[in-house]
Design a protein around this ligand. Sequence first.
Ligand code: NDP
Length: 249
Amino acid sequence: MSLEQFNNICIIWASLGVTTFILLQFVTAPYGRHIKKGWGPELPNKLGWVLMELPSFAIILYFYLNFSQSSYAQFLNILWLFHYFNRTFIFPLRIRTKGKKMPLTIVLSAIFFNLINAGLNGYFLSHFEQYSSLDFENWMFYLGLTIFVLGFISNQISDSILINLRKPDEVGYKIPNGFLFKYISCPNLLSEIIQWSGFAIMAWNLPATTFLIWTIANLLPRALNHHKWYRDHFKEYPINRKAIIPKIW
Ligand code: NDP
């Protein structure tokens, strides 16, 4: 495949991401608090998370192990693997979702999303990249890495606060407080967007940007839905708290 053909695939895939963003203004992804009947067969929630995220980890690992890459491309792969090791194997063990289910439709669509995104990023980093070790000295590397690390830490703190709202056997919902929850309903989702913005700055290529577009397309509507859900379910929900951008949105 030529670089031009590859770039065209990325542009088509990014356009589908934008289309999905528009669709998600009308359809709420039915998992977690938004799960409802009518979306076909269901799987145990934790198994669903492992199956959904595994392709993203496995595909990048495949490219990392089987192709020669510059040290800069290898470093990008390691950041990706670090994130997805946590999301695939650690996060599902931590969540307190006893007895909860997830529609197979959601699992299959997330597998498809992860196959394409990881496939495009892995393919680029093993076939088209032209990084050199000098890129480790570029200001964009330091900026992107700082944003990536801050996003990861903030995502971990926010997810931990949410997970610990429940005692091990509880399944209900409570109002989260502390950290960035003082300002917004979904700091975990904002942090994930920040993290992949950092990655896109470091990588500075089309597939990483395309993945960022897809991440925003999924998480921005989800944050708006969560925020509305909190307001509908808790009369005492803090009135000044926004959905995802402090003081604005
Ligand atoms: P949520 O905020 O919906 O849930 C996170 C966990 O906390 C779930 O186990 C949830 O339980 C629990 N929880 C959330 N709010 C409460 C509450 N008020 N009271 C009690 N428990 C609560 O996040 P998602 O499930 O959507 O996403 C999980 C992680 O995956 C996030 O870090 C997100 O950024 C990331 N993600 C990334 C995507 C991407 O495109 N890169 C796509 C989707 C997720 P329950 O499941 O029962 O609601």
